[in-house]
Design a protein around this ligand. Structure first.
Ligand code: FES
Ligand code: FES
Length: 155
C-alpha cells in the first residue's frame, strides 16, 4: 500500500501489518500513536486519515491505499513545537503522556474546525480520548488557551 504519512510518501505491507496502527508503529517506527485498548475505546491510537480522526487500531491498512495519514510526529515544525504542544506543556496537560499523542490529534482537529470552541464543545470533541491520569481539566485549559489566542477571539 502506498500512503503519504506526514507529507512523506511511504509504502507499507498490509499483509504483515493489517491495522494502520501496526503499519505506523511496527513498519514505519512512528510510535507516537499508542496501542492501549486495541478495540476502539481509548483514543490512544488516534491519527488523521485524509483529515478525519480515526482510531488506527480499528483502521485496516488495506483500506488506506493512497491516503494521507497525519500522526503526532507531524505536528512539530522541525525543532519548533506546534503551538498546541507548547500549550500542553504550559498547562501541564500531560502526566504519563501515554494518551497525549491522541489527545493532540483530536484537539488540533477540533481547533481547525472550530477555532473558538466552548467548554462543552471541547468536552464533546475530546470525549473519544481517555486519560487514565485524569488530566482532563488541564487539557481543556490548554485548548481554551489556544482558542483565546486564535484570531477573532473575544477580548
Ligand atoms: S488503542 Fe485504539 S482506541 Fe484504544
Ligand atoms: S497523561 Fe497519562 S494517560 Fe493521559
Amino acid at each position: 500500500m502506498k500512503l503519504t504519512v506526514n507529507s512523506t510518501p511511504r509504502e507499507v505491507d498490509a499483509g504483515r501489518n493489517p491495522t494502520l496502527l501496526s503499519a505506523l508503529r511496527d513498519q514505519l517506527a512512528l510510535t507516537g500513536p499508542k496501542l492501549a485498548c486495541d478495540r476502539g475505546e481509548c483514543g490512544a491510537c488516534t491519527v488523521r486519515l485524509d483529515g478525519d480522526l480515526v482510531y488506527a487500531c480499528l483502521t485496516l491498512t488495506a483500506a488506506c491505499d493512497g491516503a494521507h495519514v497525519e500522526t503526532v510526529e507531524g505536528l512539530a515544525d522541525g525543532n519548533t513545537l506546534h503551538p498546541l504542544q507548547q500549550a500542553f506543556i504550559t498547562h501541564d496537560a500531560s502526566q504519563c503522556g501515554f494518551c497525549t499523542p491522541g489527545q493532540l490529534m483530536a484537539a488540533t482537529a477540533l481547533l481547525e474546525a472550530n477555532p473558538h470552541p466552548s467548554d462543552d464543545q471541547i468536552r464533546a470533541a475530546m470525549s473519544g480520548n481517555l486519560c487514565r491520569c485524569g488530566t482532563y481539566p488541564k487539557i481543556i485549559a490548554a485548548i481554551r488557551a489556544m482558542a483565546a489566542s486564535a484570531p477573532g477571539a473575544a477580548t
